[in-house]
Design a protein. Structure first.
Length: 196
């Protein structure tokens, strides 16, 4: 059989595994020892959904069987959180400029800051979801006394208000939300993520 992990060919010697299920069980056991887990399985070019896993477990391993696995480790997730913290810190330093930029007709520069916030927020949500694969890490994250889920539930409406204020070019509301709502929360996120 052939194995690829995160797109890289991995030389492997089977240790008595006869079926895909045998192999996946032993692989996941090894991954767990390294604080990692499988997030996607592809068998002979076909992505296997969660509903289809049981159907492939008894598939016999052959010389030409190709198993491709996407694996994520706790260390990689922590590294990604640190990257988000760094980006949020940089964005936070530019938030006070948004209102002034809008008032002086520099919409493009203001948009660049907001786009950076949107991209980093999307990354942060993705990494937070992935961190749920490691419950002890997910539960360890507390943003100003709130769980990740509670933080997102509370922050989401603020971001919607911010988006509406931007669309209506309401620079006063944009400035207020940037300074009094978004900036303090970004500082709390940075503080929480840097402790990981």
């Amino acid at each position: 059989m052939h194995l690829k992990v995160n797109g890289e060919d991995v030389g492997i010697t089977l240790d008595g595994e006869k079926t895909v299920g045998d192999f996946l069980k032993s692989f996941e056991s090894e991954a767990a020892k390294n604080q990692a887990t499988t997030t996607k399985i592809t068998l002979d070019g076909k992505v296997i959904s969660a509903d289809e896993i049981d159907g492939i477990l008894e598939t016999e391993l052959k010389d030409d069987t190709l198993i491709e696995l996407d694996v994520v480790s706790k260390a990689t997730i922590i590294e990604s959180f640190h990257g988000c913290a760094s980006s949020f810190s940089e964005i936070d330093s530019k938030l006070p400029e948004i209102s002034v930029l809008l008032q002086s007709g520099k919409d493009r520069e203001a948009s660049d800051i907001i786009n950076s916030l949107a991209v980093t927020m999307t990354d942060f949500v993705h990494v937070a979801r992935m961190s749920a694969l490691f419950p002890e890490l997910y539960d360890q994250i507390s943003i100003d006394g709130n769980s990740l889920q509670a933080f997102f539930e509370e922050f989401s409406p603020i971001l919607k208000d911010f988006e509406q204020a931007m669309e209506s070019k309401d620079s006063v509301t944009v400035g207020d939300l940037s300074e009094y709502e978004i900036s303090p929360r970004l500082k709390n996120v940075v503080q929480a993520l840097q402790t990981l």
